[in-house]
Write a protein that binds this ligand. Structure first.
Ligand code: NAD
Ligand code: MN
Length: 502
């Protein structure tokens, strides 16, 4: 059930391959396995056990159900201390967690995976702070009546996570645990290793058995079984819009409330009066970080006529110089491989389509990056060149559909009204960015853009105190911030009669 795996650093570690239920690694009841692939070489790292969609999902849900009353009634300060303890264990294990995450996902260790791991410790601390502060309201409508509200956990929350930020997206769903729920987590099939490894820290921190359970498996079988399960009271999902729709249907079986953090095609508007150099840098960061596998990535850039040519040239130059492609172990590399061969091919086909539709390749394009194509070790990795497709029109498929890779499309606009119309002409509504020195224009856009998040003169910054989530087909519900708490609790109204007689 464990396998010795060699990390990029040369050390080896014991990777659990079973399921994590009731604080123990246990064998799955099925014989199926899922292979985790090293995206930078295409080689198999390990095969994890797949949960049986009936027997093991039931086992994990039962464990969470049994643990629920005890965890719900655990004093708030103890919940807080356990979360803080876990955060410090994450910090103690940052090196190994970052290496496992990198191995499993292809994220560059130094410039990407390590930040993710440090961020999950911050998320756990942030929720530790809420664990003993969540409160309701009270009203005294007259001298004979006292009323108040209680914020109470929902029960068992099923958490379904995507491949792009395996540990980080898992950590955002710890709101569930901080607010007194118990959980069953399902990792993405491409990235099962890090979450399974993290589970041992949860036990070490002292969380009671059954509060945090982890199962591996495909979405079609295990994810679907969770969405339909009558013993699960809520699904918190991060992933694609198409799967979000399937989950919403399946969850109707017991009217499960949902948080759906889905896809996006977020606009990035650059006005002629913007701080040019900063706009170039943020625009690049907003799409090329994490190999473009960012749900809120500002992947649709529109630039005002007067600076259009100059901006595209400067952006291409900056990305070429800064976003160095290479193996995840190289500390200077910002662009590692995409998650899978399927994604690599899908992204390439979008680049192809964009060229066919009439885009000009301002940077990158089809084929492997040169240094990768020449590397015996990495040429079978899932690399894509950071690519800028210029002269895009808003109706091109590459300007409308989520590519989820290091591909930025750039088009032009002349007026604010035109820019706003293009920004809102999308089925999605997750992120949005505007670059301008005109403060009225900036705040007007923040108010008028159809999106859950708006960045003014930046892109994809993250503050844990702010809610994260989308509108339209980017999903519903919010994670993080105080708003996130209400997505994992029910509010109950209590009436106390202090003496009214009938
Ligand atoms: P995906 O939708 O393919 O898979 C996400 C998870 O859902 C996986 O664990 C998968 O196994 C599971 N799943 C698949 N089919 C299922 C089904 N029928 N029932 C239940 N579960 C099922 O997404 P992905 O490819 O892993 O991730 C990329 C997508 O995630 C992108 O669209 C991206 O925008 C989105 N995303 C959104 C956010 C956000 O916060 N809004 C954050 C990260 C990623
Ligand atoms: Mn992998």
């Amino acid at each position: 059930m464990f396998q010795d795996i060699q990390l990029p650093s040369g050390e080896s570690y014991k990777q659990p391959l079973g399921l994590f239920i009731n604080n123990e690694y246990v064998q799955s009841s099925s014989d199926e396995t899922i292979e985790s692939i090293d995206a930078s070489t295409g080689k198999v790292i390990a095969a994890v056990q797949v949960a049986d969609a009936t027997i093991d999902v039931d086992k994990a849900v039962l464990a969470a159900r049994k643990a629920f009353p005890g965890w719900r009634d655990t004093p708030a300060v103890q919940k807080r201390d356990l979360l803080l303890k876990l955060a410090s264990l994450v910090e103690e294990n940052v090196e190994i967690l970052a290496q496992v995450e990198s191995l499993d996902s292809g994220k560059p260790i130094a410039t990407n995976a390590k930040y993710d791991v440090l961020a999950i410790s911050q998320v756990l601390k942030y929720y530790a702070g809420w664990a003993d502060k969540a409160q309701g309201q009270s009203f005294c409508p007259d001298s004979n009546t006292l009323t108040y509200t209680l914020h109470q956990p929902l029960g068992v929350v099923g958490c379904i996570i995507p491949f792009n930020y395996p540990l980080a997206m898992m950590s955002w769903k710890w709101t569930a645990i901080a607010t007194g729920n118990t959980t069953v987590f399902k990792s993405a099939e491409q990235t099962p290793l890090s979450v399974l490894f993290f589970a041992k820290l949860v036990k070490e921190a002292g969380f009671p058995p059954g509060v945090f359970n982890v199962i591996s498996g495909t979405g079609a079988k295990v994810g679907d079984a969770m969405s339909k399960h009558l013993g699960i009271d809520k699904i918190a999902f991060t992933g694609s819009t198409a799967v979000g729709q399937m989950i919403q249907k399946a969850a109707a079986v017991n009217l499960k409330p949902l948080t759906l953090e889905c896809g996006g095609k977020s606009p990035n508007l650059v006005f002629a009066d913007a701080d040019f150099e900063q706009a170039v840098k943020w625009t690049a960061q907003g799409i090329f970080y994490n190999m473009g596998q960012i749900c809120s990535g500002t992947s649709r850039c529109f630039v005002q006529d007067a600076i259009y040519d100059k901006f595209v040239d400067a952006l291409a130059k900056h990305v070429e110089e800064t976003y160095i492609v290479g193996p995840p172990t190289d500390p200077n590399v910002l662009i590692g491989p995409q998650i899978s061969k399927t994604q690599q091919e899908r992204i390439q086909s979008y680049i192809h389509k964009g060229i066919d539709e009439g885009c000009r390749v301002a940077l990158g394009g089809l084929g492997l990056p040169d240094t990768i194509a020449q590397s015996e070790k990495h040429k079978s990795g899932f690399y894509v060149k950071p690519t800028i497709l210029a002269d895009v029109k808003p109706d091109y498929a590459v300007a409308r559909e989520e590519i989820f890779g290091p591909v930025l499309v750039v088009g032009r606009f002349s007026t604010y009204d035109e820019a706003l119309e293009v920004a809102n002409d999308s089925t999605y509504g997750l992120g949005s960015a505007i670059f301008t020195q005109n403060i009225s224009q900036a705040h007007k856009f923040a108010s008028q853009v159809e999106a859950g998040i708006c960045y003014i003169n930046s892109s994809n910054q993250l503050d844990l105190a702010l809610p994260f989530g989308g509108v339209k087909m980017s999903g519903h519900g919010r994670e993080l911030g105080e708003y996130g708490l209400s997505n994992f609790t029910n509010v109950k109204a209590v009436y106390v009669n202090l003496g009214s007689k009938l």
